[in-house]
Design a protein. Sequence first.
Length: 751
Amino acid sequence: MSALPPTADFQVTAPADAQRSPAASHDGQGEIIPEGPAHTARWIGWRLRVLLLAALTGCLLLAILVRVLAGVPALPLELQGNDAGILSLTDTSGSPRAVRTLIDAEGVQTPIDALLLQRSARWLSSDAERVWHAAQHDALARALALGNVQLQLDEGQVVSVVAQPHGVAGLGPMFWLASALSLLLYGVTMVVVLVRPVLRNGLYAVMALSQVGNLLFVAAESMPLLGWPPGFMHWDSALRCTFDLATAAALVHATGIHPRRLPGSPARALLAWGAASALVAALLLTALPNVWWWTQGVTLACGMLALLQLGWVQQLQPHPLAAVLWRFCALMGGTLLLLTLSIAALGEVTARGGQAVMVGASVWVVFVASMLLLLPFLARTQQLMREFALLAGVSALATSLDLLFVAAFSLGNLASLALALFIALGVYAGLRQWLLNQVMARERVTTERMFEHLYRITRQVQSRPQSLGEQLPRLLRQMFEPLELRQLARRSSHARVVGDGTSLLVPVPQVSADATPKVILLGFAQRGARMFTADDARLADRVVDLLARALAFDQAVERGRSEERVRIAQDLHDDIGARLLTLMYQAPTREMEDYLRHTLKDLKTLTRGLAAANHRLSHAVPEWKADLTQRLAAADCDVDWTFTWDNDLELGIVQWSAITRVLRELVSNTIAHAQARRMQIDGVLENGILTLTVSDDGCGREPQLWAHGLGLGGVRKRVKQLGGHVQWSEARRGGIVCRVVVPCKAEPPLD
């Protein structure tokens, strides 16, 4: 009914295991496997040889089956059955004639009816029907083996037919399609087991190989003409029931140990295997009545137990694989229950279902096989695979409805089939997207939300490139809602799904060439409700590419600004500096010479600041103090200066320039307007917040009534640019106090 995916490049365990070393492995529940030669070496040596041998063996066995079936004699007639269970043959005039008896070359007569058209006894609910079905096919096989077959029609007319082999061309297209699907599932199973030969993958192999056997029976039974080897129908019923029981028992065992080992799982697995084994033994010994009911009951009970175990996993700790397996099991269990009830409703007149029973059984097997084929590739599955699984499920629904209509309303085959198809296609068209979302738990982020998140974070990255290490994880958390998110020192060129879809690796764009390569590891999408898919990886790649473009744009702009600042600083130094130096030597008075000397020092400070990309706080503070002390001393104003910090961080050019000009403007206002004799400048950097308090003993009053011109307006603008605020107030002993508060955090590392 379901299966377990093999281990991919990585397998990341639950959040409780998040503290383990990336190179550690543990108890088969999950393992982080390094890439490189160790991973590639799996397929060098005995595994590659075993895989090639298994592939050749599978192809050889299929070739043998084709050769055997092609040589089996067939009845070269197209027989039909009606709603009353009567077998009919269309004569040359186009009128149907009832076929009553089969006569072989030795004269042995066997009554036959529409039950002969049933290609499999697996879905016959009545023991009597199953025995009668096998007897008719045995008689047909014996008659075909003797060469000449006679069919007795109504009114005693006899039609003689010469048996002829099916031939390779007569096997039919459905034979080749079912055989190809079985061979593909067989190959995937071998790869799964050889990649990681552990118990859970062995159980997957039991389920998959059981359905490979079912597919081969479906292929053999899909041949257009009647005719199978003697005893074929006896083995068909027993083996196909065995395959389904083995699948159900393996499912119970597997869901008890994967994706998480549950308490008491060995006892439940033993119970499931014991019930399946006992029922198989009874099948082979034909010692149990109502064997079809027992088979369906045990299969459905195992499916329900598997659902309960997967639900238990989600209650203990959400896991995306458990959520996806629960949905798949629920989908397949529901269609199996519907098909079982539909066939049971027909009772002992299954022949009335005719073609619907045969199609329903075949569709069910294809449905289960497609699910098993899909599971190892959940993280990389394409839309075509999901659509195929849904179409198979809708086909199973259509055949079940067809059988129900035949049993409940006694509709004809054509009317019931048309009505069932109409309802099933209506359900598929109306609920297709909802079904996809439920099966894959795919809750896509809306375009509006995605644009809003991207726009906001892109602007933040452009304004503060170093914040990428904070912003990208925040965006990914909003997009995928993972239970686990952490960063690893690892290089990756693109996003990719790892750990069987439980995790997603997303590369972090490098802020600088010498930065350590980083990846973000997301675990358990949508809080453990779904698995990551290839679509998620592509979406993450697009997001990372957009942020990388924003970062590259900002870096290019910053390089241009830096080059322009250096050019301006060089021009100021070479041109204005030289002119001021000349004027200083030619100054007519001592006062003018001192003024020009101070101006040259200011120019030197300005050009050095423009040329530097960053300024360490411990270097900037002495420069600010020297500059402001010199200005105030020239105005006969004393200054008290204190500055403390808990972190000697790097100031960007924007931060340094804004703070420098704010301090200069405040001092200039004091000198020009306050007529102060003393200023107090206090600076405190604590927990990333810089607080500047500038006070004087001047004549300033009522700052709330001031008209903010270019000077005060410039102070407000520069402080706001840094994300802070400024406030003026009157001092208790006269004068004005200006308090500036700006965030001034160190740029975060990418960890």
